[in-house]
Ligand binder design. Structure first.
Ligand code: P6P
Length: 286
């Protein structure tokens, strides 16, 4: 007997082949921009529309929000559903033109959006890499599956946990815009780990989940809040990584302890090995 959370996850998995199948013909930019002022690819809009329609049709879902939309869309039929889904339909879509990995990222909340991180009850992502995989975090456990062409899932890791031995790191933003404290932290990290940065958070964090290490996109001199959105990137990826035994931070505390003022608020974002997150917070606290 499946419940609403199972149905939400299944709907995203079943939509993944349609999203992936629609990428090739949608590498062109739309005339508009998303609420964060970023240019939109036709693929961004296509994935968002597919996911909105299908997720709002799930019994128990009362609202859908996405990085591509200015406001929350409420369902008609089941407006009193317990669950609200926040989605980054195509995280890293700028990688489409260079044919590099990207993904769909989601968080399910049991409070109205924008909600505190503590209201996240499930999270995960679909990674469109050489194969399509799906990672889901629920009830403290992270499951990794291969998503087949028909949208069914084949579990490949029923209990995905961050490797004890960290190996890789990846940090976004232009180096001249990093704070001196962050630059000093990175100088130590780069003497210990290997650089893996590909411009799509989901793919980069999946490297961390696979090989151990740390990923981040810091606050910058010209953008103190950083680039990534708390609702659509911070909360879901923090919920996944913390559920896998890692840690997250905005530089000061867990991203799941953060509450956005607005739906598209940005945040500095760090996830990965607890020891590297602790060192980061110490480095930035000075
Ligand atoms: P930059 C993709 O646009 C994204 O939102 C994240 O997926 C990714 O980590 C970051 O921005 C990449 O930003 O500045 O390296 O292009």
């Amino acid at each position: 007997m499946s419940g609403p959370l199972d149905d939400i996850v299944a709907t995203i998995a079943e939509t993944a082949p349609d999203v992936r199948g629609g990428l090739a013909g949608r590498r062109v930019y739309e005339s508009g921009a998303n609420p964060s002022g970023e240019t939109q690819l036709a693929a961004d809009v296509y994935a968002d529309e597919l996911l909105a329609e299908r997720l709002l049709g799930v019994e128990g879902v009362s609202a859908y929000a996405s990085e591509e939309r200015g406001s929350v869309r409420h369902s008609d039929g089941n407006g009193d559903g317990a669950y609200r889904v926040a989605v980054d339909p195509l995280d890293g879509s700028s990688n489409l033109r260079s044919n590099n990995a990207m993904g769909t990222l989601f968080a399910v909340y049991d409070e109205p959006l924008p909600a505190p991180g503590a209201a996240v009850v499930a999270s995960g992502f679909v990674l469109y890499g050489p194969i399509t995989t799906m990672v889901v975090a629920r009830d403290g456990t992270v499951t990794e599956s291969v998503v087949e062409d028909d949208g069914t899932r084949r579990v490949v890791d029923p209990d995905l946990t961050l490797p004890d031995e960290p190996t890789v790191y990846g940090f976004g933003g232009r180096v001249p815009q990093w704070s001196n404290a962050f630059a000093a932290y990175v100088e130590a990290v780069e003497s210990e780990l290997k650089l893996r940065y590909g411009g799509a958070m989901i793919a980069d964090v999946n490297q961390v989940l696979t090989h151990g290490g740390v990923f981040g996109y810091p606050g910058l001199a010209d953008r103190p809040e950083g680039k990534l959105r708390l609702c659509f990137e911070g909360h879901p990826i923090a919920h996944v990584v913390e559920s896998a035994g890692g840690a997250s931070s905005n530089g000061d505390r867990s991203l799941l302890a953060c509450t956005p003022g607005g739906l598209h608020d940005r945040t500095p974002l760090f996830v990965g090995d607890e020891r590297y997150i602790e060192r980061l917070e110490a480095a930035l606290s000075g």
